[in-house]
Write a protein that binds this ligand. Structure first.
Ligand SMILES: NC(=O)c1ccc[n+]([C@@H]2O[C@H](COP(=O)([O-])OP(=O)(O)OC[C@H]3O[C@@H](n4cnc5c(N)ncnc54)[C@H](O)[C@@H]3O)[C@@H](O)[C@H]2O)c1
Length: 368
């Protein structure tokens, strides 16, 4: 591709500001050229902060604009499918936030729309980019832990019990903690251990969330605030995953407790979000020890990001844009793609089905 990759942000809310725009600003191969959001006041604030780029309230204009190469979709979950389909029809490469769709069928449609036009497609599974997760993956695939047997993740957040806004309504979000948080852990579990063939899942809701943070009333939550599953992977391992937003005492400066480990025949390794530049490792007969993640895993190869700058639990999130732009420039698939997003969605859907039927579910795999 000649010149810079011209990127539009669709949905100028929290995650666009926290992850994606800083990622674009760091990448000399990329340029933020347009932003889109129905909230005109927010658009004006973002233009003041991000620079005087084109702004529109209609994503259809972004999809049709020949001066835009790629889009990053950071909107509420129910809009991901129509915006992706419009942008793919306009020949834009697409990174979309997770969960990719409201269900597996939507996510698979998004995958096919991008694949059939030979566009780059990426699911924003942020935690794959944490240095200790990248190193844990290396240990698994280089045989450093022997044969992987067990996977375990815990995502515990100590959040207020007030309204989650659009996130607490099924039509807008699909599900709660399961689609917001556990879906990331499903993704990295599959990345480390292989596809989940069968799962048994459960969800629960404790917080009514019938008040806004300012105390005014609102319609109560319809979605889960705790989710869990046990699973069998296609490479022979087994896993147990649990997440909740109601874990009192697990605040840790807002980052919560995010723990993932693989227990292999030769050793164990543990990722933790609150210390993403270190990893815990141990062999048989030892106790887990903290070691520094080697330098080559602190940031992607070639990235100008200095891993010593900024809050470690925040700054690796900028590497999503590096991967998206690298795939566009190099003409290769993004990792993780929409196929990975759809696969995680198939598992998350199966958790709801399993709980509903009170039985194990064979996870659907066919993306069409
Ligand atoms: N990868 C991660 O770690 C991570 C973190 C946070 C959020 N997310 C995901 O990002 C998405 C957005 O979350 P958020 O926290 O930024 O939400 P948010 O509510 O802060 O922002 C969403 C923005 O989208 C805008 N919007 C709504 N409909 C739109 C449309 N049709 N066209 C353009 N803009 C539209 C809203 O006005 C709002 O400004 C969600 O899918 C969420 O699950 C992912």
């Amino acid at each position: 591709m000649a010149g810079k990759v011209r990127i539009a942000i669709i949905g100028a809310g929290a995650v666009a500001d926290y992850h994606h725009v800083p990622g674009i600003m760091l990448d000399p191969r990329a340029e933020l050229v347009a932003i889109c959001d129905p909230n005109e006041k927010l658009l004006a604030e973002r233009q003041a902060k991000w620079g005087p780029v084109k702004a529109t309230t209609k994503y259809e204009e972004i999809a049709a604009d020949p001066e835009i190469d790629a889009v990053i979709i950071c909107t509420p979950n129910f809009t991901h499918l129509p915006i992706t389909l419009a942008c793919a029809a306009g020949n834009k490469h697409v990174m979309c936030e997770k969960p990719l769709g409201l269900n597996f069928d939507e996510s698979a449609q998004m995958f096919r729309a991008a694949r059939d036009r030979n566009l780059r497609h990426m699911t924003a599974f942020t935690y794959r980019f944490a240095p200790s997760m990248r190193y844990l993956r290396h240990l698994v695939y280089s045989g450093g832990l022997g044969t992987p047997r067990h996977f375990r993740s815990q995502r515990f957040l100590d959040w207020p019990e007030t309204s989650w806004g659009w996130r607490q309504y099924k039509k807008l979000a699909g599900a709660g903690d399961l689609f917001d948080m556990t879906i990331h852990r499903i993704d990295y579990a599959q990345d480390l251990m292989g596809q989940m063939l069968a799962i048994c899942g459960a969800v629960a809701t404790y917080a009514p969330r019938d008040k806004n943070p300012d105390g005014t009333p609102c319609a109560p939550s319809e979605v889960d605030d705790w989710s869990a599953l046990i699973c069998q992977f296609d490479r022979g391992g087994v896993g147990v995953l649990e997440g909740s937003t109601l874990m009192k005492g697990y605040h840790y400066e807002g980052f919560g407790h995010d723990w993932a480990e693989v227990n292999g025949s030769e050793g164990t390794a543990v990722y933790q979000l609150k210390e993403p530049n270190t990893i815990l490792v141990g062999k048989q007969g030892q106790s887990l020890q903290k070691i520094e993640v080697p330098d080559e895993f602190l940031a992607p190869a070639g990235s100008p990001r200095d891993p010593k700058v900024g809050v470690p639990s925040t700054v690796f999130r900028y590497d999503l844009v590096w991967e998206f732009v690298s795939a566009i420039v190099e003409g290769r698939d993004c990792i993780p793609g929409f196929d990975h997003g759809a696969s995680a969605q198939a598992v998350a859907d199966s958790v709801l089905e399993s709980f509903d039927k009170k039985s194990w579910i064979n996870v659907p795999q066919d993306l069409g």
